[in-house]
Design a protein around this ligand. Structure first.
Ligand code: NPQ
Ligand code: MG
Length: 376
């Protein structure tokens, strides 16, 4: 019987093609943990941890993830070497929080388990609706605040993405960088699918400011208020005509149900790392699908490892809006896997089993800043 015998943590440093500024900070490089689960047959499964170096987007951060993985999560797997992803998922429930660390390990185990069985991740996740799984997904792109705060630089960057074929543009906004840049992009591309993401930068009293963007025919505004303020989002949703979409707030199936019940959100951004894995991500997708709530797949500047899994998830039928599943070259000149390339504004779902891609050993070795092997 298949066992997980060894788990290797790889910490890599990936230079970004351009700095990425949001309302919570500027990122120049991406410090990423990859988890490799190695079975008794010698098959490796891979998962990516989407935490950042510092706890600026969520309370998780890479050093904390290394600790909770090494001291708490990995031992729950290696104590008997269970290779069953559902069993691992159940064991992780006893560790509070740490969804990004859990997602990385759960995905590595799930990937190994699927490879041994020759099943694609997308076919496993979409087993309830096999006929409705897509083989390519519509892609959007997230555009940071230009470090120069120049609208002409913003238009240049967006123009490059429009020419590349992206099907939806998302502008990062914050107080002082909102109405004018959104107006400029909308005037330049009157028919483009356009949305904004505030990453919690506004307050309950900013209704008028956010309503000032209603005339620009936005698909949605993402996470305008702090993540714990569901009622604030519900109140704001009544003050503006642009649909509110929650990102950071949606940390579980139960929170998603509550947010929908209080009408704090009418669209949901699903990020597996934020909700504790692909199994939970599918549950939120199914809940939204039953209720007619559109969902889309978020992004965390993933390498090809996380990107592959996200593209599989985004191929499920409820993902009716283009996601932040951009091409590898949106973020990286060299990806750790073969790159995901945009074709007519879409990415192709990998056809190989599991997540469908592998890190390229030489590139992985070059990017690695630290690694650790944990054995049974
Ligand atoms: C979001 N992502 O939707 C995030 C937030 C985000 C693609 O807009 C380093 C690592 C920098 C993860 C900046 C996109 C990041 C990051 C922003 C995630 O809210
Ligand atoms: Mg967001």
């Amino acid at each position: 019987m298949t066992r997980i015998d060894r788990i290797r943590l790889h910490r890599i440093d990936m230079p970004l093609v351009r700095p990425f500024r949001t309302s919570f900070g500027t990122q120049q490089t991406r410090d990423i943990l990859l988890v490799e689960a190695i079975t008794s047959e010698g098959v490796s499964g891979w998962g990516e941890c989407v935490a950042m170096s510092w706890p600026g987007y969520s309370y998780e951060y890479v050093d904390g993830c290394v600790d909770v993985l090494t001291e708490h999560l990995v031992p729950l797997v290696l104590r008997d070497g269970t290779a069953d992803p559902l069993e691992a998922h159940g064991r992780f429930v006893r560790v509070q929080g740490h969804p990004m660390a859990k997602t990385a390990l759960e995905t590595a185990i799930l990937d190994a388990w699927l490879r041994v069985r020759n099943i694609r991740l997308v076919d496993f996740l979409g087993a309830q609706y096999p006929e409705q799984i897509r083989d390519e997904v519509d892609c959007g792109v997230s555009v940071g605040i230009p470090p120069s705060e120049s609208i002409s630089e913003l238009l240049d960057e967006v123009s490059g993405y429009v020419d590349a074929g992206y099907r939806r543009i998302k502008l990062k906004i914050e107080p002082g960088w909102d109405v004018e840049p959104v107006r400029a992009v909308r005037q330049t591309w009157p028919d483009m699918l356009l949305q904004t993401d505030a990453n919690q930068a506004y307050t309950r009293s900013d209704g008028d400011l956010l309503a000032a963007m209603d005339p620009f025919d936005l698909l949605l505004v993402e996470q305008p208020l702090p993540e714990d303020d569901l009622l604030g989002h519900a109140a704001l949703a009544r003050e503006i005509t642009t649909p509110v979409c929650l990102d950071e707030s949606i940390t579980s199936v139960a929170v998603a149900e509550t947010a929908l019940a209080v009408e704090a959100t009418s669209v949901i951004n699903i990020k597996p790392g934020r909700v504790g894995g692909y199994l939970t991500a599918v549950q939120i997708h199914d809940l939204c699908r039953e209720r007619g709530i559109p969902v889309w797949c978020g992004g965390m500047l993933e390498t090809g490892v996380g990107r592959a899994a996200n593209v599989g998830l985004a191929a499920l039928p409820g993902f009716t809006l283009p996601g932040d599943t951009s091409a590898s070259n949106r973020y990286y000149a060299v990806d750790v896997t073969p790159p995901f390339i945009l074709d007519d504004g879409r990415l192709t779902v990998p056809t190989a089993p599991g997540i469908g891609v592998d890190p390229i050993p030489e590139i992985l070795a070059e990017l690695t800043t630290w690694s650790a092997l944990i054995e049974r």
